[in-house]
Write a protein that binds this ligand. Sequence first.
Ligand code: TYD
Length: 214
Amino acid sequence: MTGSFITLEGGDGAGKTTQAALLTDWLEAHGRTVVRTREPGGTDLGQRIREIVLHERGHVAPRAEALLYAADRAQHVETVVRPALARGEVVLQDRYVDSSVAYQGVARDLGAEQIRSVSDWAADGLVPDLTVLLDLDVTVGRARVSAARGDTFDRLESEAAVFHERVRRAFLDMAAAEPARFLVVDAAADPDVVQQRIREAVAPLVGIAEEDPS
Ligand code: TYD
């Protein structure tokens, strides 16, 4: 039995962590085993890569940045994600290949197709069964991050608003191009409403009866 691979995407402050926690509770209440993980930083090696990509003080060349995310992904997919899927578990992951395409490919201008191909190679072709895009106005997302953490932004978060606008647009374009894989949810809505929409999409994937989404 193969498990289900669900990824959460969206800009900073869109509520991915909150939604992942709520979804995990619901899946576990229905007897599913959930591996909740993230990129970058879902492995020991990835933690060290995360520290570099998010907090390196000196210049990081955009191509080096792209390859660091790809290295993190390769380690994570081989040692965490695929084994969990092989055990029949649900992998619920914060960010994946689509983040690389949006941030490095589009916002950093490295080329969406090239970054997707590097990322797919790193992941050895593993594609999510479902990708939930939490879509949110960039200014609102930024205000949420500030409210939660104060004005301590990491290297990517510190990029100008126009960078984050490009990220948002890129995610929406990817969702439009692959409607069967993506669920786009308005992340400005009440968190419970957002969660309900996600559960409705996840239920058939993991074999939970649709009339029981609470
Ligand atoms: P995230 O863990 O969501 O940040 P936080 O824990 O602070 O909410 O993601 C870290 C940052 O890395 C985020 O700004 C997006 C960026 N990122 C990329 O640029 N490319 C990628 O491939 C991934 C996975 C993340």
